[in-house]
Design a protein around this ligand. Structure first.
Ligand SMILES: [Zn+2]
Ligand SMILES: [Zn+2]
Length: 924
């Protein structure tokens, strides 16, 4: 019963801790209730054509090939003679959905939106499409419905191909783009004969959106340096040329069409995206047509990157924007209101319009962003006690800025403080000032004043967005620290002989009343602030947790007195070692090479203890395998350099090992070997051999563009299914069972491998075998009475409870090893970013048609296999060392909770996980 309560409480604490991360860091930045703002002057364009080349990198589009000819001749011509160009900087996560939302709705979605689903809108949002009179869109079913669904009324039309078309194995992915171009042409052909459609497309404020997925698909399948990726760019270039002349023809060259070409995100050299590497965040932006500036020749322009020279575009002014700035740019070109939640700043340099128009547009932009700030502030003010409310105070605006602002704009009557606070009167004053500048035709001053206002409002928006973060963070950390302390006390109390606890009834009751009073006080405090219900959970959870901790004050007393007796140097040494261990684990999430450091330390571990003298061969094996495994985290992330021959090598090595084992099994005459066991072993060897063959044949067949052979697909799926139950048939003796598990899991792992990672589980399980031996030796080292004989140990023994021994310090090391190996199993061959944006090549043996669910499941299984190996080894260690699994589990829990606590402080918003993952990539 007690155990059940403990498990439920533990689950609750962990769930709340996890959920709080989303509530504290990843809350939707959107507010509702703003009024639409649009520029009062007539717009330059009647219609806008938006081309989004999914996954197109800026440098691949702009650079010249070896002969000095451009990748996209038509677009190059536009940069040089017709329009404006630049680099659009995207935010992490560099995925299609957040990229398109930034482009079309003007705000940056956070990770939670991505996590909550791709096709559904987690929150309603406004977009340029929604503000348009009509929008017609062509492209992928993963992207288009999202904007049609968010739009009010029936004015956003979508034309998608089916999901099955997105086959990136055998078929030619450029067909995805030609499909779009052909359908646009047919659509306008039909519009000529259909009167209602004709009048619709001739309306003002019309948007045509062409989503071109071919480049992204080719990039994933063949990598951005491939012939296929570049050929696809050329195809898109030709397609755009056709569409532009078709449209000019259709509209009789009325000069009222604006064109924009950009992409949602880039792509790394190894064909992935999702993180923040420059190859992923730098996307092209080319605009031309009605209302867009002509090329501006410059003699000198400075950018920190060296791209201009590489691209030979030094002479044409490069105008960089943030991705969300494209939304107000589009809105201003066709004269629709800026999307309500847009945080984009209109890139004025792109506009070919009067100074008056630019000033008015900037004014509208300022009012539109200020509206969001006002609503956000009101919301926060309403839910906070007035004496606790700390209004926004700009940190970025320095004293000198404010002074120049006052002198320059003659705002002397206002005090500096109020501007930095962005108070209501101050907003009105600045807007009034800007308005009067426009009246006096001082457009330049109006623009600069509006820009200041925008940056202040954006800073204020993020201030109120993160307003509760500190307070919530403290409560959640309090609860979690309490929980971890409780688990430590529990270990000390029930699994060691350190204390003899007796309960004092009277003081316990007093404690209960005390804590209940604190709880009521907190609840009352939250109630008068009308906090959301989740806040009650975060703030009230620490109360019962700390009650449970304080209730055990006798154990705390005993522990404290014991620590005082302990030599100071030793306890400090122990603490430092523990902290170092946890830090190594945490850092390995960001820099995989930390694992190498840890593994080298592990290799040296038996040498500094007496284990070396005790068992030389085992120690040697352990040290060698540790060093071998230490090489894996230093290698590039999985999938970057496919090398099928390494997979073959891994397959052959396993076959060699298993035949060696088979020979041993047959030779041992004194032991009786059941025929069934031999059959299973032979079956598993056959399955390994088949998998090795299938990987080779599939990849060579795909290389020759012959698609995935059906027979290979059948073998792959059968192998996967059989690997799940075959090990259960094997004998329960230690090594036979462990070997059987390894053999079974290796065949699907081989099928899912494309390179060196195929060798990883092999080395890992080698190390696990020697770990089991090492732990046996370590145990003898401490206590000679316990001498388990590994050969006779059996998993199916139900261990007698009296056999369990008390915990000692070495068990903490044992548990730490387990956690470390689990982390190694995860990061040995990849990092967080590589999990997010994996290489589809690794699942080609199973399917080549895009199916997120099956692909995801297969990838997860590939990641889980090393975990299973480590967990089985730990189970073996636990049986060998005769420890209760409960106490070991509790120690592992404390270690992982300490790590989780550290991570809590490392979380940042805007897709930090991927950001961190990528920083690791760039460091490597
Ligand atoms: Zn994309
Ligand atoms: Zn993609």
């Amino acid at each position: 019963m007690n155990m059940l309560i403990f498990i439920i409480a533990g689950l609750l604490v962990h769930c709340v801790f996890l959920a709080s991360i989303f509530d504290i860091y990843f809350t939707s930045p959107l507010v509702h209730g703003m009024t639409p703002q649009r520029t009062p002057l007539p717009p330059p364009a009647k219609r806008l054509v938006l081309f989004v080349a999914d996954g197109l990198r800026a440098d691949t589009l702009y650079e010249l090939d070896d002969n000095g000819t451009p990748q996209a001749p038509y677009l190059r011509n536009i940069i040089e003679y017709k329009g404006s160009w630049g680099v659009s900087h995207t935010h992490v996560p560099t995925e299609s959905r957040p990229g398109h939302v930034a482009l079309i709705a003007g705000f940056y979605e956070d990770v939670s939106a991505v996590a909550k689903g791709w096709k559904e809108n987690p929150v309603e949002f406004d977009s340029v499409f929604n503000e348009s009179k009509y929008t017609w869109s062509w492209g992928s079913p993963d992207i288009l419905p999202m904007f049609a669904k968010g739009a009010s009324g029936d004015h956003v039309y979508t034309y998608c191909y089916t999901a099955e078309k997105e086959d990136f194995g055998a078929q030619d992915a450029t067909k995805l783009d030609t499909w779009v171009f052909d359908h646009v042409k047919n659509f306008f052909q039909a519009a000529r004969s259909n009167q209602t459609l004709f009048s619709k497309v001739n309306e003002e404020k019309v948007v045509l959106f062409l989503h071109l997925l071919g480049i992204d698909t080719n990039g994933h399948a063949h990598r951005p340096n491939s012939r296929e990726y570049k050929d696809n760019i050329r195809k898109v270039d030709e397609g755009i040329n056709d569409i532009v002349s078709m449209l000019e023809d259709f509209y009789g060259n009325d000069g009222k069409t604006a064109f924009i070409l950009t992409s949602d995100h880039g792509m790394t050299d190894w064909g992935s995206h999702g993180a923040g590497h420059p190859s992923e965040t730098l996307t092209p932006l080319i605009a031309w047509g009605a209302g867009v500036n002509y090329p501006q020749k410059v003699t000198f322009q400075f950018f920190e990157d060296e791209f201009l020279k590489e691209w030979k575009l030094e002479k044409w002014k490069r105008l960089d924007v943030n991705q969300a700035d494209i939304a107000p740019l589009m809105a201003s070109l066709i004269g629709v209101p800026f999307p309500l939640n847009s945080v984009g700043i209109l890139p004025l340099d792109y506009l070919n319009n009067s100074a008056h128009f630019k000033a008015e547009s900037m004014f509208t932009n300022a009012v539109q962003i200020l509206e969001q700030f006002k609503i956000k502030m009101t919301q926060k003010k309403e839910t906070t006690l007035s004496f606790l409310f700390t209004p926004f105070h700009s940190q970025m605006l320095r004293r000198t800025d404010v002074t120049t602002l006052y002198c320059h704009h003659n705002l002397s009557s206002l005090c500096m403080h109020r501007l930095r606070l962005l108070s209501d009167t101050e907003q009105i004053n600045i807007l009034r000032k800007a308005r009067s500048y426009i009246h006096q035709e001082k457009y330049h001053e109006a623009v600069s004043l509006c820009k200041t206002l925008i940056s202040l409002a954006l800073e204020g928006l993020s201030y109120y967005h993160t307003y509760d973060r500190l307070f919530l963070g403290i409560s959640v950390v309090m609860g979690f620290v309490g929980w971890t302390s409780y688990v430590i006390l529990l270990i000390v109390k029930t699994h060691t002989s350190l204390t003899r606890s007796t309960h004092d009834k009277a003081s316990t009751v007093l404690l209960l009343y005390g804590f209940a009073a604190i709880g009521v006080l907190i609840a009352f405090f939250l109630l008068i602030q009308t906090c959301p219900w989740t806040y009650y959970i975060y703030c009230l959870l620490p109360v019962p947790v700390w009650y449970a901790v304080v209730k055990e004050f006798r154990v705390i007393q005993d522990l404290a007195s014991l620590l005082l007796v302990f030599p100071l140097g030793q306890s400090i040494g122990f603490l430092v070692a523990g902290a170092l261990g946890i830090e190594i684990l945490v850092f390995s999430f960001f820099y995989r090479s930390t694992l190498t450091v840890g593994l080298i330390a592990f290799a040296g571990w038996p040498l500094i203890t007496r284990l070396w003298a005790q068992a030389k061969v085992t120690t040697l094996c352990w040290t060698l395998l540790c060093l071998l495994l230490a090489m894996f985290p230093l290698m590039p992330v999985v999938g970057r350099e496919p090398n099928i021959s390494l997979v073959t090598v891994a397959g052959l090595v396993i076959l060699l090992i298993s035949s060696f084992f088979l020979a041993c099994l047959c030779k041992s005459k004194n032991k009786y070997v059941p025929k069934k066991d031999l059959t299973i072993l032979l079956f598993q060897m056959l399955s390994i051999a088949l998998s090795t063959y299938v990987v080779n044949s599939t990849h060579s067949s795909l290389h020759h563009k012959q698609g995935l052979p059906v027979i290979n697909q059948i073998i792959s799926w059968t192998t996967l299914a059989s690997s799940l139950f075959v090990p259960l048939l094997s004998p329960t003796f230690f090594f036979q069972r462990l070997l059987s598990i390894l053999l079974s899991l290796m065949s699907p792992y081989l099928l899912l491998s494309t390179g060196y990672e195929a060798l990883f589980p092999l080395v890992l399980s080698g190390l696990m075998f020697s770990w089991i031996y090492m732990e046996k030796e370590a145990l003898q080292h401490y206590d000679d009475s316990l001498k388990p004989k590994l050969a006779v140990l059996n998993f199916s023994y139900t261990t007698d409870i009296t056999q369990f021994r008390q915990l000692h310090l070495d068990d903490i090391r044992r548990s730490f090893f387990f956690v470390f190996f689990i982390v190694t199993a995860f990061f040995g061959t990849g990092n967080i970013a590589s999990v997010n944006s994996f290489d589809p090549a690794s699942i080609y043996c199973f399917l080549t048609v895009f199916n997120p669910f099956i692909m995801g499941s297969l990838l997860v299984w590939k990641i889980v296999i090393p975990f299973v190996l480590v967990s089985c080894a730990f189970e073996a260690v636990q049986v060998t060392t005769q420890l209760s699994s409960k106490s070991l589990f509790l120690i592992v829990l404390v270690i992982s909770d300490l790590m989780a606590l550290h991570f809590f402080f490392l979380v940042k918003d805007y897709g930090s996980w991927l950001d961190i993952g990528t920083r690791a990539v760039t460091w490597e």
